[in-house]
Design a protein around this ligand. Structure first.
Ligand SMILES: C[S@@+](CC[C@H](N)C(=O)[O-])C[C@H]1O[C@@H](n2cnc3c(N)ncnc32)[C@H](O)[C@@H]1O
Length: 275
């Protein structure tokens, strides 16, 4: 492979040879990103090592915002734009919504909500130091707070019982399937960002156990799952006191589960899990 590229077309050919599926689009972005031929050669070499395009660019475009993405941080995926849209719609209905983005990674979901709803208080949280640092940079740009901690543990105490929308793209890949993920993902994103335990739902179940204490009386818990996880995830939320309604994106084959905490006598009307 050449170590110099004299046109975007030559760059695209090199990227295609490296196995990049969207070589033309990647070539255009890397061509614009590099300030010199040396830098371009370095970017191509790192792309060949599986460094995600967004890490090389330093950003990802997600749900209408451009968020910083740094090495070792989960790259926001287009499929999660459904979760961002559902979160914005749920928060929009409240006059001064409080939104918590737990397992925030770069803070992409928080950034979409904060940039769309200027009256919202948005707090994002993650347990990984690299994610917290990346989210903090995005929080400064888009106007949301960032804290560190395991699931809800780091959220400010004054948010107990006050969160209108608790949104979370928790790790949800079954442990046995981690080795089957694409190379870029396996080698450049932490396993912690994906590992959902034996059935992929271990983190979701833990979050569901904590969520009710943080949600406002009419608050909602929003979680993303793969379509095939919907029945088991719905049952898990139902068993922990949530009535559940799904929102689907058929093209992306992803589902957002909208959970509403059932209060005592209302629990009999909770939606039964899908079978
Ligand atoms: C699938 S990524 C989602 C990131 C971001 N919300 C997004 O959609 O782009 C999951 C994130 O959860 C974080 N995480 C994993 N376990 C966690 C835990 N116990 N408490 C808080 N964050 C956790 C990971 O560090 C990772 O950033």
């Amino acid at each position: 492979m050449p170590d110099r590229f004299d046109s975007p077309a030559a760059l695209a050919a090199a990227l295609a040879a490296l196995g990049c599926v969207a070589a033309d689009a990647e070539a255009a972005l890397l061509w614009a990103r590099a300030a010199s031929t040396d830098e371009l050669a370095d970017l191509v070499a790192r792309r060949g090592e599986g460094v995600p395009l967004e890490v090389l660019l330093g950003y990802a475009d997600f749900g209408g915002v451009r968020v910083a993405v740094t090495p070792g941080v989960f790259v926001p995926r287009p499929r999660s734009e459904l979760l961002a849209r559902v979160a914005v719609d749920a928060a929009r209905a409240r006059p001064r919504p409080v939104v918590a983005d737990v397992c925030c990674g770069s803070g992409a979901l928080a950034a979409v909500v904060a940039s769309t709803l200027s009256q919202a208080r948005v707090v994002a949280s993650d347990v990984e130091p690299a994610a917290v640092a990346c989210a903090a940079a995005n929080g400064a740009a888009y106007g949301f707070e960032v804290v560190a901690g395991d699931l809800c543990a780091g959220l400010p105490d004054d948010l107990r019982g006050q969160v209108d929308v608790l949104v979370a793209n928790v790790p949800h890949v079954p442990t046995a399937e981690l080795p089957l993920m694409p190379r870029d993902t396996r080698s450049h994103e932490p396993a912690l960002a994906h590992d959902g335990g034996d059935d992929g739902l271990a983190v979701l179940r833990r979050l569901a156990e904590q969520a009710a204490a943080w949600l406002a009386p009419e608050g909602v818990l929003l979680v993303e799952v793969a379509d095939r996880q919907v029945p088991a995830a719905t049952s898990s939320l139902f068993e922990r006191g949530f009535a559940v309604a799904p929102e689907h994106d058929r093209e992306e084959r992803t589902t957002v589960l909208v959970g509403r905490a059932q209060r005592s006598s209302a629990s009999t009307s909770a939606s039964a899990p899908e079978r």
